[in-house]
Design a protein around this ligand. Sequence first.
Ligand code: ATP
Ligand code: MG
Length: 217
Amino acid sequence: MIQTINLVKTFPNSKNPVLKSINLKIENGEFVSLVGRSGSGKSTLLYIISTLDRATSGDVFYDKHNVTEIPKEEIYTLRNKNIGFVFQFHYLIQELSAAENVLLPARKARELEKRRPLAMQLLKEVGLEGLENRYPSELSGGEQQRVAIARALIMEPTYIFADEPTGNLDSINGLMIIELFEKINKEKGTTIIYVTHDKEFAAKARRQITLVDGTLS
Ligand SMILES: Nc1ncnc2c1ncn2[C@@H]1O[C@H](COP(=O)(O)OP(=O)(O)OP(=O)(O)O)[C@@H](O)[C@H]1O
Ligand SMILES: [Mg+2]
């Protein structure tokens, strides 16, 4: 379970909070979409609940653990093992092939060989079969985004946070990603929270959360 209590985020260079006392509870195994206008605070909220950024005040709980009180080193372990991210602006390593990029978290966890078959399967599931050995510069923007999605799934995390995972994709490939999330959620009970601007994709979630100007509506 993830729970936020009175979460407030104010960036140093502005006086108005971007998130205004967010109280949100997400049970294990939920499939949630996060929607709202550009600038409403979706990425900010996703970064804070996924432990990548810290709130100005308020708390984030993972089950009984208050994330703000967990030492930094333990947070890194929590992340690599339990949390998968898809960023709005994906960061692939240019010197590594698609498959090597997907396997990077596995390499860090010393599970490279163990996870190689899953990497191939995930690349196939995101529609990149045959492109495993291409470098990012040899892939289209949408193909690179799908590599980043496969990378987020390689450790079979308990939680997946995805910031506009379908942002660079056409509707068919976008739907393929949302359906892959749906399948992983059903089969593995993974908690999935994704941001989207697409009404149809948002409706695929079992629960929709809407942010309006930093407040849950
Ligand atoms: N590092 C930062 N410093 C100052 N202001 C920021 C920073 N990051 C975001 N903001 C501001 O916080 C607000 C929310 O930004 P956020 O990125 O969370 O919006 P969003 O809902 O994800 O928008 P989009 O749909 O365009 O991605 C915006 O007004 C933005 O300008
Ligand atoms: Mg955003």
